[in-house]
Design a protein around this ligand. Sequence first.
Ligand code: NAD
Length: 339
Amino acid sequence: MSKTIAVIRGDGIGPEIVQATLRVLDSLRCGLDYRFAEAGMAALEAQGELLPQATLDAISACGVALKGPLTTPIGDGFSSLNVELRRRFDLYANVRPAISFPNTKARYSGIDILTVRENTEGAYLSEGQTVSADGETAQSIIRITRRGSERIVRYAFELARRKGRKKVTVVHKANIMKTTSGLFLNVAREIARDYPEIACNEMIVDNTCMQLVMRPEQFDVIVTTNLFGDILSDLCAGLVGGLGLAPGSNIGSGAAIFEAVHGSAPDIAGKGIANPCALLLAAADMLDHLDLVAQGTRVRAAIRATLAAADPRMTPDLGGSGSSERFADALIERLQTRA
Ligand code: NAD
């Protein structure tokens, strides 16, 4: 089978980690072809636009994109290119795995939490944000819809079923935000009935923060609204050692974009020392999405084995003295010996 994916190299360290990631993907020989497209500063410089139509067309045509981090220049048209991509493709589900890896500076081991965040509504609407003429009062709208809640909760339960997960925790604040969070919670209760084999519990968001810090092992899949999901997924990334190993996927009905959670890291761009693992883990999730589950599992296993061995070819942020490319060499070597 051959499948073409759109690849956006991105800005800053983007081209370095994309290059390393594609080399690892190529070593799997799983029939992936790449259609390269530009976005961000690279696109602005080459084509005079931050998000060219050709890039949107490439994502639409392929249905799947692997994306390096993008720099959004301050003061230009979009508030964020990533938000714009979510809007254009209605990427309603943001999925962020937080997995413990060996030999990292993490507070806990044995964590494997999937946060599923609603990505299109809630408190993150661009419309309806007002400030009174005297500047004394600011207002914004929170909008939750039955449709938006249904599709994200169903996505979380389907994901749990596909991955053999045992429990979904619905995180809310319905005790105070009775209308918006209340609607989300009621819809979640209805949907949960369709998945009797998966345990479902409910937790108020403030308690969830405390529970995550004190007993993270009780969590399996978390599903929640936009703002809570934004905060909780970063909290989960912190539990397992931060951004270097944090992938994220943005899923819609017609397109899916896989990326690292971190940004373009201008402080280390061009030095060749960026850690490619977050993007590689995103690529592994992309392989799962493409029904190449065995290959995705192999990539994660190679990363785990490389970290467990404290391979010196790892990048400095993980305690190695290597580079993005040497890290990729170490991973490819492991993938080939286990092929
Ligand atoms: P950042 O994530 O780029 O960097 C934060 C710190 O983490 C820096 O010290 C950086 O060197 C380090 N770091 C990040 N990724 C690393 C990696 N793979 N290996 C080793 N070290 C790494 O955050 P920032 O500095 O706040 O943002 C820089 C730019 O990235 C901004 O323009 C921002 O808008 C953009 N950004 C883009 C995305 C995205 O496209 N998904 C996400 C976040 C930020």
